[in-house]
Design a protein around this ligand. Structure first.
Ligand SMILES: [Zn+2]
Length: 244
């Protein structure tokens, strides 16, 4: 026994609507997919900023150390100049001791300058490494984005075509049947028509009373699931593709 013509139209309309819903979902998801693909790029950019801050701090530190070194040098020069003016041996030895201490301090200070220079150098290298990562991530994200934009375009075009096809198709359905279908589609998460199989509704998976199931299997009238209200049909053979 063949499907009731209205029921047959509804089954096909549901197939179209499921495709439309799926494509629309795909299109809607794309900006979120792009956004989440951006996160390694954002991390790499943040790492560059962090390395740059470390570099700037090291440069500043070196500048301060250089100024201090200059002061230390001037102090030593002054102390050395004082040696010619000392009167006693004791004073002279005290002054020498002071010069020695100042020179030792300057020597230690030069070490600090060296390590500041090393810090600057390693920061420069790290910045380059991180910048390379940014470049790679940027290229990766851009390729991903372009790919998704293409997918979006294709899905949007398909969606447009499906909607045109659907509008022509929907006009073949009796108005009251169509209105029932549309209200179920809206209320029941985009699934208004479900297959009944083995005395179970394919929409809500609840059992169907045997007496009703016998009627549904005939496919001669529009029956709704007593639980979820979906329109039920029985698949005797693979459902044909929508007529062109
Ligand atoms: Zn149901």
């Amino acid at each position: 026994m063949g499907l009731n013509p209205q029921l047959k139209l509804l089954v096909e309309l549901q197939q179209m609507d499921s495709q439309i819903i799926e494509r629309a979902y795909l299109v809607k998801q794309i900006p979120f997919k792009i956004e989440s693909a951006m996160s390694p790029l954002k991390q790499a950019k943040a790492a560059v900023e962090e390395k740059k801050r470390a570099y700037e701090a090291a440069v500043k530190r070196k500048r301060e150390l250089d100024a201090e070194l200059e002061d230390m040098g001037q102090k030593i020069t002054k102390l050395k100049a004082q040696t010619s003016g000392v009167k006693t041996n004791k004073e002279y030895h005290a002054l020498l001791k002071e010069i020695e201490t100042a020179e030792a301090a300057r020597f230690a200070h030069e070490d600090s300058i060296l390590s500041a220079m090393e810090q600057i150098e390693s920061s420069e290298k790290e910045i380059k490494t991180e910048e390379k990562k940014v470049k790679e991530e940027d290229a990766r994200v851009e390729a991903f984005r372009q790919d998704l934009e293409k997918q979006k375009e294709a899905a949007s075009l398909e969606l447009k075509e499906l909607k045109v096809k659907r509008a022509a198709f929907a006009s073949k359905i009796a108005q009251d049947v169509y209105e029932l279908y549309m209200s179920l589609l809206k209320d029941l998460g985009g699934v208004a028509v479900a297959e009944a199989k083995g005395e179970v509704c394919g929409g809500c998976h609840m059992n169907i009373m045997p007496q009703l199931y016998v009627h549904i299997k005939q496919n001669s009238e529009i029956h709704q699931c007593p639980q979820c209200r979906r329109i039920l049909f029985y698949k005797e053979e693979p459902v044909e593709e929508p007529a062109k």
